[in-house]
Design a protein around this ligand. Structure first.
Ligand code: C5P
Length: 254
């Protein structure tokens, strides 16, 4: 299925704001993802997660890129170094521009993944993607992490430690809670990417996200890009909801 997306016409937000927002295509079939992406005026970035990727296969990345979109491939790779490298090489060659890996795979695996992503992109004649390390999933509570995995470090120590491990291994950024962004940014200046889910624009439901921030607040705290799902995908008019998020950022000129 090939859907050509609508051009952004009389939008009241800047291209710079649109570049900062990544819409998570959670729960969509490949066709729904195409139709949705084509409907949202000015949309630049989409996030393909495990569910859509497992259903659609790697072709979904090409499909979305053909629609003029930039793709964040959020498969959170965590394996031995050779396997992490192979996965990142393939993901980069598909044209994914942001790719997630787990920081706790360790420095050898992270270095191998980063080197392989560079090779994969080069072999396909594409720009090098940014690898993003996941530190501690926000679904973990500290006590459960300690009890189930025997990890004594608190989350507020573990997140910066894993971010530092990732940065030292040459990884280009982290996925983090917006509440962690300011502390991480203090140690990792741009161009280190800080991509934050858990964003709730004014007037939207918090739902199952425990610790949330508004779009402008998260950018001020140091986030480079925001992942927003349901506040846009489940909105009555996703185009209006996307525009409202961009307008809240009010970056650059219209
Ligand atoms: O719908 P919502 O805006 O809550 O979607 C947020 C997206 O970010 C989902 O794809 C979710 O899986 C992802 N995510 C998250 N928290 C993390 C990591 C990823 O909400 N710590």
């Amino acid at each position: 299925m090939r859907v050509v997306r609508r051009r952004c016409v009389a939008s009241s937000f800047s291209a710079e704001s649109a570049e900062r927002i990544i819409v998570a295509l959670d729960g969509m079939s490949p066709d729904q993802a195409s139709v949705f992406s084509a409907q949202v005026n000015g949309l630049r970035w989409v996030k393909v997660g495990l569910e859509l990727f497992v259903q659609a296969g790697p072709g979904v990345v090409a499909q979305l890129r053909d629609q003029g979109l930039r793709v964040f491939l959020d498969l959170k790779f965590h394996d031995i170094p050779a396997t992490m490298a192979g996965a990142c090489r393939r993901a980069a060659a598909l044209g994914a521009e942001l790719i997630t890996v787990h920081a706790c795979a360790g420095s050898e695996a992270l270095q191998a993944a980063q080197a392989a992503a560079i090779e994969g992109a080069q072999s396909a004649g594409l720009a090098t993607p940014t690898l993003l390390a996941v530190t501690v999933l926000t679904s973990w509570e500290e006590q459960r992490l300690q009890r189930e995995l025997a990890i004594e470090q608190g989350i507020d120590e573990r997140v910066p430690a894993l971010a530092q491990l990732s940065a030292t291994a040459g990884i280009g950024g982290c996925v983090c809670s917006p509440l962690e962004a300011a502390a991480l940014r203090a140690h990792h200046p741009e161009p280190f990417a800080l991509v934050t889910p858990g964003i709730r624009p004014k007037g939207s439901e918090v739902g199952d996200q425990a610790r949330v921030m508004g779009p402008a607040e998260a950018i001020s705290a140091g986030a480079s890009q925001l992942v927003i799902g349901r506040p846009i995908t489940k909105a009555e008019d996703p185009s209006v909801a996307f525009a409202a998020c961009c307008e809240e950022l009010s970056l650059g000129s219209c």
